[in-house]
Design a protein around this ligand. Sequence first.
Ligand code: GLC
Length: 797
Amino acid sequence: MANFVKTEPQFETDYGYFNQEGTEYIIKTPRTPKPWINVLSNGRYGLTISQSGGGFSWLDHSEFNRITRWHQDMVKDDWGKYLYVRDNESGEVWSPTWLPVRTELDEYQCRHGFGYTIFHSRLGDIRITLTLFIPMNEQLEVWDVEIENLGTQSRSLTLFNYFEWALGSSNDHHREFHKNFIETRYDAPASTIWANKRLWDIALGTRGHWNIEHPFTAFLSCTEKATGFECDKESFLGQYGSIDIPAAVAKNTSPGKQGLWHDAIASLKIPIELAPGGKQKLAYLVGMYDTPQICETAISKFQTQTQRAAALNEVKTYWSDMLDAHQMETPDASINILANGWLKYQAISARIYGRSAYYQQSGAYGFRDQLQDSQVFLPIDVTKTEKQIKLHAAHQYMDGSVLHWWHPITEQGLHSGIADNYLWLPFLVISYLQETDNIAFLHEQVAYYDYEKSDSIYEHCLKSIMRSMQRTSPRGLPFIGAGDWNDGMSAVGLEEQGESIWLAHFLYYILNEFIDISAELNDDDSTMLFKGKAQALQQVIQDQAWDGDWFFRATKDNGEIIGGHECEEGQIYLNAQTWSVISGSASAEQGKKSLEAVERYLLKDFGPLLLAPAYTKPDSHIGYLSRYAAGTRENGGVYTHAATWAIWAFALQGKPELAFKVYQGISPIHNGMNPERYLGEPFVTPGNIDGPDSAYYGRGGWTWYTGSATWLYKMISERILGIRPSRKGLVIDPAIPAEWKQYTMTRKFRGTIYTIHVANPSNRSTGVSEFKVDGKSIEGNVIPPQLGETCLVQVTM
Ligand code: GLC
C-alpha cells in the first residue's frame, strides 16, 4: 500500500507511534482516548485538526476572527470541516476521517506532522488520502484529496463537504442573532461559495457597539466543478437531522439555498467517476482575505497538484529549517524526538503563532506567557525573540504595570493587580543577553501602552523592577496582589497585604542579574539600589520566609501562612522551593533542605506536584486554585510548566538523577505509553497531569496550550545536556543519567555553528574533565565565543 506509511515504529501503543525520524506521529485508530490534534499555523492563518476530522479555522485571532464554527466538546468532538463520500450505486456513505459518519474503515491512518496532517483511509476498493496544510504567507488552507479506485469495477461517487461559517467572534452561540448578518453566494463557474458577514461582534468601531462590518470575504472553493451546493444548514441536514447522515447526502440532493439569512454553511457537491484502477486528484480551499479579488488570486495559486505539492514542500522546509537549527542526539530517543522537533513545534505553532488548541482558544497574548514561550526562538532566530520582547514592552503602562493579557486587533486587555507579570520583561531580557550578549538591544525604543512617549527597553525593565520593589510589605517581601505566576492564587492579596515568597525569589534573581546589566550601562544609581535591595531581600527571605524545612509560599491579607507546616492542606508548594535554589536566595542549607522536601513530599511518579496535599475545601482567601477538584490542575496536580523548573533546580543542586526523574515523569512520550490512563497526545506536553489526590492519578489534560513546551525544551538542552548560553560563552555543564555514554548537540551561537560531542567513558553524570575547542584544550567549562563559521567541541566527562 504505497500511501500508508511504513516505518520502524517508535514508542508504539494500540493507538499509534512515532515514525523513525520522530517527525510524525501516526495514529492507527480514530478512537483515541481523547481528541489527538495538530495545530497548524503560518503565523496568521491557523487551524486545529483532530484525528477524526474535528477542528476549526481562524485568521489572526482564534476567538475574534474565527472562520468556521466550533464548540468545545472533548467527548463528542463533533465540530469539524467534514467530508462525506457517497457511493451512488449502493448509497453507502462514509467519511475518510471516520467522523462524522462513523463507518468502520478497512484501513485508517492519521499522520500529524510539522505543518500538515494527512489522513489515509480505505473502504473496500476506495482509497483516499486527504492532506491538510496552510501555505506560507497565505490566508487559506488546502485540503488536498487523492481518491483511488483499487478495484476492477468502475465507481460512481459523490463528495460532499460540510462546515458552518462563523466569520468573526467565536461568541456566536446566539446563532439566531448572528445568522442574520451572514450572506452567502454560490459562484458556479468558479466552483466557489462566498461568504460575508456584515457585523463584527468585537470591541471596535466608533459608532456604537455591534456596529461594524466584518471586513473580509471568506470562501470555500473546489478545484473540480461542483454539480450542486448548499449554504443553508436546514436544507443540508434536514430539520432535526444530524451531521452523521445529512439529508442532502442520504438523498444525493442539494436544494441549493444561498443568500440571506440562512443558518449559513458551506457545502459543495462534487461528482467523482473512477474507472478500475482510476485515480483523481482535487483540492478544497478554505480561506479569507480582505477582498474577493485577493481571494481569487489566492485561489488561482493552488489549482494544480504541482502548485499544491510545491506549497506543501515550502511549509515542510519552513518547519525543518526552524526546527533543525538546534539538534541533539542522546541515547534517549524520547528526548531526541521531543527536543528536536515536537516541543519547539508546539511552542511556535500553537502557543506563539496560533495561540489556540482544543483545551484553550485564546487568541490573546498573555504578558508572561508568550514572553516565556519566545525563548524557544533564542537558539533559532533571536530577531523573533526581540520582536516578542518589544511587543510586550508596548503593553506596559508608564507606571510599570502591564496588561495581564491583551487581544491583538482590539488592543484591549486586562489591567490586573497580578504582581509578577511585569518582571517577566527583565527576565526575558536576561535570557536574551545570555544568548546574544547584545546590550545595544536595550537601547531600542518602545512606546508605552498608555503614553506616546518611547523609552528604551532598559527603561521599561527598570519600570518593572521599580514597581516590584515598591510593592513590598513593611518587612520587605513582595505583595502578591491578585496573584503571581500562579493565576489561581487569585484572592490571596487583594487588599495588598498578602505576600508572595515565590515572587521574592524571582525578584531576587532579577535584581542580581540587573546589578551587572545596570553597571554595564553605567547606571550607577540603579546598581547601588539593586545591590542594596537584593541583599535585604535575601536576608528577609532567609529569616522570615523559612518554615523550618522548606519555604512557605505566601501570606494572606490577614497574615496567615500558605504552604507551611501548620496548614492542613496545601502544606508545601513547589515554586517556593525550586526558585529558592534557581535564584540563589536560599542559604546552602535551606536550598538543600527545601529540595529534599520537594523530593519527599512532591516528587511523584508523574513529576512534582505543584502543592500537597491538595485542597478539598475551597478557600475564598486563596482563590480559584482551591476550587479545582483535588489533585487536578494547580490544585495538587503536576502543573508541567512549573514542573520543568524542578529540572533546573535539581540540576543546579547536583541531583542529576532527580532532574531526570522529573523529565521522565512529565514526558508525554513516556506517559503516552499508557494511553488509557494518560489520555493525552503522546507528542506534545499537557498543561497538567492529575496528582495522587485525584481519582484519575496520572491523567494528562490541557494539552498543547501550555508554557511547558518551551521550558521543557530549554531544560533538556540547557540543564540536562547542560549546554547553555551565558554572557561569556557556551557553558558545558552536564547533568545526565550516568549510563549515557555520549551525546551530541549542534547549535548556532552568536553566528557560529557549534557541534559539541560529549563523551562519558567513566559513567559520570556531572562534570567536565577535559575539553577541546577545534582541537585546542581549554580550561574550565566555557567555550569562549568563536569567530569562525563552525566550531567543533570535544568534551570528556
Ligand atoms: C496558566 C496561565 C499562566 C500561569 C499558569 C499558572 O497557564 O496562562 O500564565 O502562569 O496558568 O497559574
